[in-house]
Design a protein around this ligand. Structure first.
Ligand code: KG4
Ligand code: ZN
Length: 344
């Protein structure tokens, strides 16, 4: 079960010997509700989760064709995320586990994003290196075992997806605009505007806030000069080339920062496998750059399918399996933790 941000999700997964399968995966997105406000409103998210969670859990069971008593355990996202949102699935999972006498497994959401890769790559085994790039998180992680995560790089301010969404917003696109920036960038010139790097020197950390502000300042300046038309109704498809150039140059700056840190991390850790996960791993430009980088360095690249990049509960079930095998269980006093140090 998952309710850390603006998607309520429930899934039934099966891990057995070499089998890794998703029997059902139900997701109720709140994107349309939050789009009215240009971003996630925490209290509204919590209220929407509480309406959705019960129906979703029973739908997931029905679609999987099994009863609650046939389950071996219940996994739930307990950290990090919006506190009022997290508490909904945590509390539901506790009651569900108690009622059906099932072990309860708390799962870190960022670990969950990484674990999405096990479905697409059933032979994937730690150690490997992972990059989680989502609306709330940007982490570079040395995954030493399925339950031993060492965060070696992170954002010091905005998450990577947050930067995409804010740039999309200033260009006039509805929340969340990451996917639309992706499409628009394909029509623009990535070298049109030189935006600053988001890769901090001397560490594997990022700062996306400066890059985002540079784009916003550029947009405001260009508008004042009358050099940038407003986005036409109907969105990016018909946007002016000048707008596409901004999307392309911003995307190129993000991709450059990610690849430069992955290169540095490769020199330091010598990883042979890279897992890229999270909503922003759906970005087509980032995917191509990762593919080229990994081919050149002879690294095995594991990119989950788009359906598993965004928030879902199957990924929580996958990580839940490994936490369960490691004996990481919780009691009825399980609480949610809104902020934690990455996936560690
Ligand atoms: O992993 P996710 O569903 O939720 C969080 O855990 O945050 O990620 C959502 C983020 C949003 O910021 C969204 O704009 C971004 O992923 N996103 C993209 C693309 N598709 C989704 N960003 C860039 N390019 C995309 N194609
Ligand atoms: Zn997420």
């Amino acid at each position: 079960m998952e309710s850390s941000c603006d998607e309520t999700a429930a899934a039934v997964v099966s891990f057995y010997e070499t089998e890794r399968s998703i029997l059902s995966s139900a997701i109720a997105s709140q994107v349309e509700i939050h789009a009215l406000y240009g971003g996630v409103v925490p209290e509204i998210a919590g209220r929407a989760h509480i309406e959705a969670i019960s129906g979703l859990v029973y739908r997931a069971l029905e679609e999987a064709g099994i009863s609650a008593d046939e389950l071996d355990a219940v996994a739930v996202t307990s950290e990090p995320g919006l506190i009022g949102a997290l508490l909904v699935a945590v509390n539901f999972a506790k009651a569900f586990a108690f009622a059906h006498r099932l072990p309860l497994i708390p799962v870190n959401h960022i670990r969950g994003h990484v674990a999405a890769a096990y479905f697409a790559y059933p032979d994937l085994k730690a150690p490997f290196f992972a990059m989680v790039a989502s609306g709330g998180h940007t982490s570079l992680i040395d995954v030493r075992s399925p339950v031993e995560f060492v965060t070696v790089g992170k954002t010091r301010d905005d998450a990577i997806g947050e930067a995409f969404d804010k740039v999309a917003r200033v260009l006039g696109m509805p929340y969340p605009g990451g996917a639309e920036i992706d499409r628009l960038a394909s029509r623009g010139d990535p070298d049109a505007i030189a935006f600053p790097s988001a890769a901090l020197r001397g560490s594997l950390d990022f700062s996306f806030s400066g890059l985002k502000t540079a784009v916003i300042n550029y947009v405001h300046g260009a508008r004042q000069r009358g050099a940038l038309p407003e986005l036409p109704a109907g969105g990016g498809e018909r946007a002016d080339k000048a707008v596409a150039d901004i999307a392309a140059s911003f995307t190129a700056a993000v991709v450059r920062a990610v690849i430069s840190h992955l290169e540095k991390a490769h020199a330091r850790f010598g990883y042979k496998t890279l897992v890229a996960a999270g909503g922003v791993a759906a970005n087509s430009h980032l995917r191509s750059a990762l593919t080229v980088f990994c081919e050149k360095q002879e690294i095995r690249l594991c990119l989950p399918p788009l359906s598993l990049c965004g928030d879902n509960a199957a990924m929580i079930g996958a990580q839940g399996y490994y936490e369960f095998m490691a004996g990481h269980l919780a009691g009825s006093d399980l609480n949610a933790r809104p902020t934690v140090r990455g996936a560690d």
